[in-house]
Design a binder for this molecule. Sequence first.
Ligand SMILES: NC(=O)c1ccc[n+]([C@@H]2O[C@H](COP(=O)([O-])OP(=O)(O)OC[C@H]3O[C@@H](n4cnc5c(N)ncnc54)[C@H](OP(=O)(O)O)[C@@H]3O)[C@@H](O)[C@H]2O)c1
Length: 281
Amino acid sequence: MNRLVTYNDVAMPAFIYGTAWKKDQTARLVELAVDSGFTAIDTANQLIHYQEALVGEALLALAKKGVKRESLFLQTKFTSVSGQDHRTPYDQSADLPTQVQQSFESSLKHLHTDYLDSYVLHGPHSRWGLSQADWDMWAAMEEYYQAGTTKMIGISNVQANQLQELCEKVSVKPMVVQNRCYAVMGWDKEVREICKAQGIIYQGFSLLTANQDVLRDPQVWEIAKRVGANPFQVIFRFALQIGMLPLTGTTNEQHMKDDLAVLTQFELSQDDLQTIETLAL
Ligand SMILES: NC(=O)c1ccc[n+]([C@@H]2O[C@H](COP(=O)([O-])OP(=O)(O)OC[C@H]3O[C@@H](n4cnc5c(N)ncnc54)[C@H](OP(=O)(O)O)[C@@H]3O)[C@@H](O)[C@H]2O)c1
């Protein structure tokens, strides 16, 4: 369960360390996360929520300690103007392909690398349908994939109908989807099912923060007690066992270890999975 393989045959770690909202603690926490055992890092070229350049600072410090670029999985995102403040990593008046190009090049600089493992479109322009802007951004990202400067491309914050349409119409369909995962939505079941059918890796975020009621549920506590884990770990293990790749944004060293321990420490039964999957429905 330590690696997942995309439909284009690229392996990726089964747990991702997310760097949103870490501000000036980003470099310290990324270094700590890698020292604790994480090998996959998620960021975005979007200064409102992420400090991509500080992720890069941590990578330099890690390289000095002998951590090789190839041993890490680096994922970042293109965020369009609507998701940015005035500090866009591109010329806002340029056309979309140019914006993607400038953002991508700036990400490589921030991360001190000449390739990415995964490049993700932070989200379609609107919650409903796909627009010309989405096709243009995707086509620009496809070029980086075709050139080999990113090993995979993906999309985030995507609705089921948008994902279906994207998969049907583009030349390179996404290898990864990254969505907020609500238990009340069957843990994003509709989108997960499309991912499964298309061979796309589903990355789930806010598994803990979006599901506080689940974390308080006596049934989850009972399962946790039985398997010798805590409820946070049970949710991450549940995510792994139903085929999801979880992200954690923990800032705590012990929690980093606890989160990674779910890869090997215990297993949930089919009944446990069924209970958790339907808990909030
Ligand atoms: N694509 C997007 O639009 C998007 C949006 C949001 C997030 N993301 C990505 O997803 C990442 C994760 O975000 P998230 O929303 O899932 O997480 P999060 O909100 O950053 O943090 C998870 C919360 O869970 C707690 N936690 C984690 N492990 C724990 C454990 N073992 N025991 C107790 N508490 C634990 C953390 O507290 P402690 O710090 O105390 O451990 C934190 O409060 C982000 O950093 C970002 O990379 C992407």
